[in-house]
Design a protein around this ligand. Sequence first.
Ligand SMILES: *Cc1c(COP(=O)(O)O)cnc(C)c1O
Length: 393
Amino acid sequence: MSGEGDRPATKLANAGRRKEWTRGIVNPPVWRASTILFDDVAHLRASARNPDAGLYYGRRGTPTQWALAEALTELEPGAAGTVLHSSGAQAVATCLLALLGPGDDLLMVDSAYEPTRAVCGGILKKIGVTTRFYDPQLGADEVAALFTDRTKAVFLESPGSLTFEVQDVPGIAAKAREAGIASLIDNTWATSLFLPAIARGVDIAITACTKYVGGHSDLMLGATTARAGFFEKIRKMSQSLGQIVGPDDASLALRGLRTMELRLRAHEAGALKVARWLEAQPQVGVVLHPALDSCPGHDLWRRDFLGSSGLFSFSLLDTDETGRARFIDGLRHFGIGYSWGGYESLALPIDPAPIRTARPWAGKGAFVRLHIGLEDADDLIEDLAAGFARLEN
Ligand SMILES: *Cc1c(COP(=O)(O)O)cnc(C)c1O
């Protein structure tokens, strides 16, 4: 186990490795279980009084899942616990279902991950929850001005999916707290290493561990790390939905976690090098990367974040759909795919306009989202340069 005052890299090496779970082995073993056998009826009865205290039923997990949950909690100072989910999307849906009911109002950031928007227009609408989308560039006072008696939760994603606006996370969280409204953040881009969200005042931090925690594009997993009160509520909803993460996936995520800081720092360095190079290219309109001045909310990023990860977008000037496809299709080192956070680079054509409703998306040109993997950035830059040359012919 890691200690309270340890630095994040030290926590990553030690977190979740309780002696009682590892028995002297370095890594928590993979415990596969459905049935748990009790010594006698008295033990069975005692276990049923507190089923989350130890082995009880496969659906409540084994030391493999508990080790991962504990490790993720240790990375978020101020958190009471972590609930694991079978995907990041399931984490989002479970949290919103845990907090909201008929007649309630949700404030959702307009730059949210698209499947998050789909939860609002789907199951939440069906149970009588209204969603109002707000512009990611609103300040804390402007978001607070939207609160009504029915508002029960405000959802942030910073930086936003596709367009990377950075929000005033501590400011909005503080306003929500004053008003008795729950604050949630989708913290997948930064992870708790680059944005310790709970320490910044947020109640509930959601991470798609599919991305940087796993880090190798071979697993689906989500996590919700929350303050006391919220953690128990979300755990209860998760249990009533019958959710469980397999021990093999939990074990893979634990393995990924051990190298997460090293990988994030490498993604950061590679992405910054590529982003700064892109800024200087005449065919590029804008580069949307929180660590660059040109990104909306850059000052907030500098104030609140401890680093930047490998995902950002840029626009191609004077390029139509066909040209953008020619640019992307010919890249040698970039795969074409959605789920990012692995060691490999990706390029994706993106069109934010149709999914923005709070304020029309004003970006001009054909946008491309890049994930910068762990390859040598100079190889990636040569690849992109060849792409620009293709556009000229
Ligand atoms: C990928 C992603 C999710 C969903 O995670 P899955 O594990 O793929 O369901 C949620 N939020 C953000 C910001 C993401 O990028």
